[in-house]
Design a protein around this ligand. Structure first.
Ligand code: FES
Length: 350
């Protein structure tokens, strides 16, 4: 039997014949009213459970302690576990409820849709709106107030999850950003080893990373700071101590006695966005921030000579105690670290 050319090209274009759609099979919920009602209640129960988990989320937010001595579950912060678990379960219940709704109750008639050109003509838009409306009608959301209302309740309750954490934006820090733990008479110690420093221990051109000897501070025989609180205070008060030729230093008026034998002390926290700095160029007295290359001249009051930082490095005034060790004569006289909205303008010559 011979096959002509037209038949060959038809077979090449469509080698497997389109079998068409199989006959529609109704689901149990399509034919049994009892099963339909039961599925409806299951979906509503899932949406109701979602609301319940949102309420538990809110309760957990207030009940579990966070901070220095947090409540724990299996070694994890109870607050995190409870908030994450409740939010996850609330979303899961809504998701599973929607899947069950679509599988068991929404219309499941098979349809064939041919691909249209990509442009959206007016006819297409009209058709789309009509399809959406048909979908809405077929979902039965108008006829099933139990599902509709429980879903609206669950979605509304989810909104609380977004609103409640706004409470964590407060309270405002007040005066806290303007102070560190440095105070008159507190020793400057090396950040590794915690050894106090004598001027003779340093050579010209040397830079040492330092911190306050705050771990000696006690009240009623107990340390004022320990653990995480101690580390936080030390990090905020971190300093660099540098020794230069005294003749190279040009202090602003009022800062003439802030150094000891050419030793000056500055905050280690960049005034741009707060990176720790200690890239030191002995010859030029420049301190370079590795994050965005702000450069500060430590012989000239920590002045910015390059880069995005808008403020000089805060300087800590130094003196010697009775045993000849370096001590601070006060806290910093201005806020350390990056700029913030209410930060005062500086109190000295810049
Ligand atoms: S944090 Fe130092 S330059 Fe940006």
């Amino acid at each position: 039997m011979s096959i002509d050319k037209r038949e060959v090209s038809a077979i090449e274009a469509d080698p497997i014949a389109d079998p068409g759609l199989p006959a529609h099979q109704p689901r149990p919920t399509d034919t049994d009213e009892y099963l339909e009602k039961r599925a409806e209640r299951q979906v509503a129960t899932l949406f109701g459970l979602s609301t319940l988990f949102v309420i538990l989320f809110c309760v957990s937010y207030f009940v579990f302690k966070i901070g220095d001595d947090p409540t724990e579950i299996l070694g994890f912060g109870a607050s995190n576990v409870a908030l994450g678990g409740c939010l996850g379960l609330a979303l899961l219940c809504i998701g599973v409820g929607m899947i069950q709704w679509a599988r068991k109750l929404m219309s499941d008639h098979e349809i064939v849709e041919f691909r249209h050109p990509g442009s959206s003509s007016d006819e297409d838009r009209t058709e789309t709106v009509a399809i959406l409306q048909t979908g809405l009608e077929e979902s039965g959301i108008g006829r099933r107030p139990l599902i509709r209302n429980s879903l609206l309740g669950a979605m509304g309750a989810l909104g609380i999850v977004a609103i409640l954490p706004l409470r964590d934006l407060g309270p405002l820090p007040g005066d806290k950003l303007n102070h560190t733990v440095w105070k008159k008479g507190m020793r400057v110690v090396q950040d590794v080893g915690g050894n106090p420093i004598k001027p003779a221990d340093m050579e010209i051109g040397q830079l040492v990373n330092g911190e306050p000897a705050v771990f000696f501070e006690e009240k009623d025989g107990e340390p004022i700071y320990d653990g995480v609180a101690l580390q936080v205070q030390k990090a905020k008060a971190a300093v660099v101590i540098v020794k230069m030729q005294p003749d190279d230093i040009t202090p602003w008026p009022g800062r003439e006695n802030w150094g000891v034998d050419g030793i000056l002390c500055y905050s280690k926290i960049c005034t741009h966005v707060g990176c720790p700095i200690s890239l030191w160029e002995q010859q030029t007295h420049h301190l370079l921030c590795p994050c965005h290359q702000s450069t500060f001249d430590l012989a000239d009051n920590g002045k910015v000579i390059f880069g995005p930082a808008a403020r000089h490095l805060p300087q800590l005034p130094l003196a010697l105690d009775d045993e000849g060790y370096l001590i601070a004569t006060s806290d910093f006289t201005e806020a350390v670290g990056p700029s913030f909205w209410e930060r005062d303008t500086i109190k000295t010559g810049e």
